[in-house]
Design a binder for this molecule. Structure first.
Ligand code: AMP
Length: 286
């Protein structure tokens, strides 16, 4: 059964009436659901008695010149997609307006430190404060024991893990693999802003990450670092890249010869559309 809840009050009532003694999985989203979102929900359904998918285009995580107004809002179709795929107990929490989450006088920000100042945080000041402030609230309202996030937003998962550890939040974070379209582009609600030729341009993002991954797999550490730096320097000269970096996957710090797993992260602009992608690669020493 899929139940749609539009207010915090109703969620709290439902929570106290039905959640006692049950495991609860939470999947926070901004809606316009695609296979990537649904794979998170599928995992939640397989591991919990009740799953809550939240659909909220969170104004606090958008900058003043970003796409908050044009972000696709498709609640009806989203609910149909969920009903189509699942027969289990699923709650859709879709706050009916922003004041459900940020009522008059709301004045709290949850802020993680250094991790939010690099990569997307450097390009989108305040973005992660908006993310952690809403996610903390969703954790607390749902009293979920498990939460599911996509590797697609790798830095976001690391920031949420940090908040969860630092604040001793009683919830387990699971990171799910990136769901991609056939051409290799990571699925994203923002892909629909792309024309056919934009999409061709956008493919440079996943292709560059694959290219760097193959260098890492084929070369010794020293040789691969030389070759990868050449690729990074040549690509980053193109102003479409917000960033393209190779970092330690565990903490998003610079890599060194002791790093055992790296993450290749990129953010790339096609016109006014900003896309992000990443690949995690284990380092095997000879
Ligand atoms: P969003 O609606 O973009 O805020 O995404 C909601 C959740 O779905 C986040 O945890 C995302 O990382 C995850 N997600 C978005 N796109 C994908 C994808 N292509 N594959 C897997 N997870 C995704």
């Amino acid at each position: 059964m899929v139940k749609v809840i539009r207010t915090v009050l109703e969620l709290k009532q439902y929570q106290s009436e039905f959640f006692e003694g049950k495991s609860v999985g939470l999947v926070p989203t901004m809606g316009n659901l695609h296979e990537g979102h649904l794979s998170l929900l599928e995992r939640s359904v397989s591991e919990n008695d009740i799953s809550i998918i939240t659909i909220f285009v969170n104004p606090k995580q958008f900058g003043p010149n970003e796409d908050f107004d044009k972000y696709p809002r498709t609640l009806e179709q989203d609910v149909l997609k969920i009903e189509d795929k699942f027969s289990e107990n699923i709650l859709v929490f879709a706050p009916k307006d922003n004041s459900e989450i940020y009522p008059e006088g709301f004045d709290t920000t949850i802020q993680v430190g250094a991790l939010t100042k690099i990569l997307c945080g450097a390009n989108r000041p305040g973005h992660f404060d908006g993310v952690t402030t809403v996610v903390y609230q969703l954790f607390s309202l749902s009293k979920a024991t498990n939460a599911y996030f996509g590797q697609k937003d790798y830095q976001q998962v690391k920031v949420i893990e940090k908040m969860t550890t630092d604040l001793h939040l009683p919830i387990k974070i699971t990171m799910m693999p990136i769901s991609r379209d056939q051409d290799g582009l990571a699925r994203s609600s923002r892909n629909q802003y792309l024309s056919a030729s934009d999409r061709e341009t956008a493919l440079l993002l996943p292709r560059t990450l694959v290219e760097i991954e193959s260098i890492l797999k084929e070369e010794t550490w020293v040789n691969s670092m030389i070759k990868i730096n050449e690729v990074l320097e040549s690509r980053i000269a193109d102003k479409n890249w917000d960033y393209l970096e190779i970092l330690d996957a565990s903490n998003l710090k610079p890599v060194n010869e002791n790093t055992t797993e790296v993450v290749l992260v990129g953010a790339f602009r096609v016109g006014s559309t900003r896309l992000i992608d990443n690949r995690k690669v284990e380092i095997k020493y000879a």
